[in-house]
Design a protein around this ligand. Structure first.
Ligand code: EPU
Length: 422
């Protein structure tokens, strides 16, 4: 298993280009199963989660052609099987979302239940309720969801019990090929949902309201191909901004969408960073100062995202003052706290592990660390950058799931970081 060796102390400085959004691209790969013609995606990041999804499509018999610039063309009408096996679904939860598109297009699908994961149990009840409301017959059999429909799904009105990104995307995709109109209420509003709706509309779907809590989908009989450019990854962009802030540095992220990060930029400003934005760039300058610790609560978009909680905690760990960070999306997303404390951070967990109280220290101390999820792993890389000595972060296959060329990008900003190939 590869590891990253980080010699702490560098002040990050420079410019980077944001990669395409993982959480948009994986969904569009699933959505391509709705089309009768080739779907072409560009600005797809080169990541393990993308490869896993392509492998899953391949196991269904779908032809996928990748060019040298990670342009991906998916020919879904070459599909031969409607069964997504446990071995692939368990490694990446988003692959469960092939269920709705296969069901809507081919009237049948059999997909393994994803099971729990490192950050919490993550049920899919809202996905299944939404598909059932569209008229799907759903049965559970030996860990698989078997879904079928006679003819087409039927448009309906469905209200989600709470905000769910995957649930909203899943039911929205399935409703594109339903007979009649579907009204989805209490929807999640994340930018990746809007990007997915844009891509589906380019395929001939009729979706309005994505990005608000009510989405209207007028079902169409068939979807065609399209040529879609994936939006930039807001979580990746912000991870580098936070890393720069933690080191007292200065960084400009290009090819990004500043408005997607309003809540995060507000927190970084509160931490003492000077933020400037243009149409497609964000710059952050800490002017060599130590950040001030910032309190926050994670919540659905447009509030502060759970996917940046671990990274901001790493910054808070070396900031001036004390802060409270409360996680409201996932039950078990503070595992990085124990690792950071092994590096000399002063973080305690309260409220049944839902709230971290961070008392900033001047500097962390290097230690061998590892994490069980993507964002926690990158937060330990940030901790390593602000630690005295050489930190080794183990199990970085988690980072490779979501950060394209992480060590090259950090090296470009002046970090002393090396990948150790096991
Ligand atoms: N939930 C249910 N039932 C459902 C669906 C969700 O109880 O049917 C719960 C989840 O367990 C969680 C909460 O609702 O506690 C919100 O989950 P949501 O469905 O919004 O999350 P997701 O679709 O599974 C996506 C991202 C995550 C990101 C969350 C929250 C993708 C592929 N994944 O997950 O990204 O943390 O939204 O914003 O889009 C990551 O990139 O590291 C990552 C984990």
């Amino acid at each position: 298993m590869d590891k990253l060796l980080i010699r702490g102390g560098a002040c990050l400085n420079g410019e980077l280009r944001a990669s395409g959004a993982k959480n948009s691209a994986v969904l569009m790969l699933a959505a391509s199963l709705l089309a009768n013609e080739p779907v072409r995606l560009t600005n797809v990041p080169h990541l393990r989660d993308i490869t896993t999804m392509i492998e899953l499509l391949g196991s269904l018999g779908v032809e996928v052609v990748i060019d040298e610039k990670m342009g991906i063309e998916i020919h879904a009408n070459t599909i031969k099987s409607f069964r997504a096996p446990y071995d692939l679904v368990r490694t990446m939860r988003a692959s469960f979302l092939v269920l709705g598109p296969m069901l809507a297009h081919y009237g049948q699908a059999e997909v393994s239940l994803p099971g729990g994961c490192a950050i919490g149990p993550r049920p899919v009840d809202q996905h299944l309720k939404g598909l059932a409301a569209l008229g799907a017959n759903i049965e559970m059999d030996e860990g698989y969801v078997k879904a079928s429909v006679d003819g087409r799904l039927k448009g309906t009105r469905f209200i989600f019990d709470f905000s769910t990104v995957g649930g909203t995307e899943h039911v929205m995709m399935a409703a594109t090929l339903a007979e009649g109109e579907t009204l989805l209420e209490n929807c999640a509003r994340e930018p990746e949902i809007v990007d997915l709706a844009d891509c589906l509309n380019e395929m001939g779907a009729d979706i309005t309201g994505a990005g608000t809590d009510t989405i209207r989908i007028r079902g169409v009989e068939a979807l065609t191909g399209c040529d879609h450019r994936v939006i930039s990854d807001r979580v990746e962009t912000a991870s580098y901004l936070i890393a720069a802030a933690a080191t007292g540095g200065r960084v400009k992220m290009k090819g990004t969408v500043p408005v997607h990060l309003d809540a995060v930029l507000a927190k970084l400003t509160e931490a003492g960073a000077r933020i400037e934005t243009g149409e497609d760039w964000i710059s952050l300058d800490m002017e060599g100062r130590r950040p001030r610790a910032v309190s926050l609560v994670t919540a659905p978009y447009p509030a502060f995202p759970t996917d940046l909680q671990a990274q901001i905690l790493a910054m808070n760990a070396v900031s001036e003052g004390t802060a409270t960070v409360r996680e409201t999306i996932f039950e078990n997303r503070f595992m990085h706290v124990h690792e950071m404390n092994r590096m000399g951070a002063r973080i305690s967990l309260e409220g049944n592990n839902t709230t971290a109280i961070v008392e900033g220290v001047e500097r962390l101390k290097a230690a061998p660390v590892m994490a069980n999820d993507l964002r926690a792993s990158v937060s330990l890389v940030i901790a390593g950058l602000v630690a005295e000595g050489d930190t080794v972060v183990d199990r970085i296959y988690h980072i490779d799931r979501g950060y394209e060329q992480v060590e090259e990008k950090l090296k470009n900003l002046g970090a002393d970081i090396t990948r150790i190939h096991a």
